[in-house]
Ligand binder design. Sequence first.
Ligand code: HEM
Length: 221
Amino acid sequence: MYWLLNSSIGRKLIMSITGVCLVLFLLFHMSMNLVLVFSAEAYDMICEFLGANWYAVVATLGLAGLAVLHIAYGTWLTLQNKQARGADKYASSNKTKTEWAAKNMYVLGLIICLGLVIHLWNFWYKMQFAELLHLPDAVSEGSGLVIALFSCPAYSVIYLAWLAAIWFHLTHGIWSAFQTLGLNGRTWYPRLKIISNIVATIIMIGFAVVPVWFTIIGLFN
Ligand code: HEM
């Protein structure tokens, strides 16, 4: 336990494991969202099952715990790297051909957090929090809420920009997690790059379908 907290590789391991769990959540969340494109009824049934009940609250708390660990350790590692690089920061980043996403992981993470606050306010607050506490803002039909929000093109643009930040964060993050978990070496380096790009792109396109679809429908109605 001491090792996990106090060594650089231990901290990276926590980042990787929490990151992989968050990617699994994203794959699940994205698949669930896609149901809405085919059937609002089916989507509302899933929301009812996963939304305003205390089992779902336990899952939400688990998810929040993963996110908090990921952000806290990300901050810790970033500060540690900054200290280690010291005044050489700019010289070294010019010399090495580090990718843009790799150099900006923390800033991308901050943009994702900001988007997440807006996102949770848009949906989770009304569909889980307000409903459980019987507040006047509560909404029981998730489909109506999602369709109404994305009938406003400005919201879709904000969500698409947010998804672009998530895409960059994931392309480097997934690859980096594989490396930390031991899948490295010359043969695996290019393969892992491709796998990370494919997974990040599937997640981004899957999420983008919902805002784009309902904005188009909204424009023609
Ligand atoms: C445009 C695509 C998206 C749509 C339409 C969407 C829709 C929703 C909806 C309707 C809920 C409320 C569900 C409920 O409480 O029953 C929700 C919750 C949530 N969403 Fe999204 N979402 C999208 C993208 C994302 C992304 C990209 C992330 C992460 C970066 C994310 C993270 C979350 C989280 C953490 C919750 C709370 C989950 C919980 O209650 O445990 N969502 N989303």
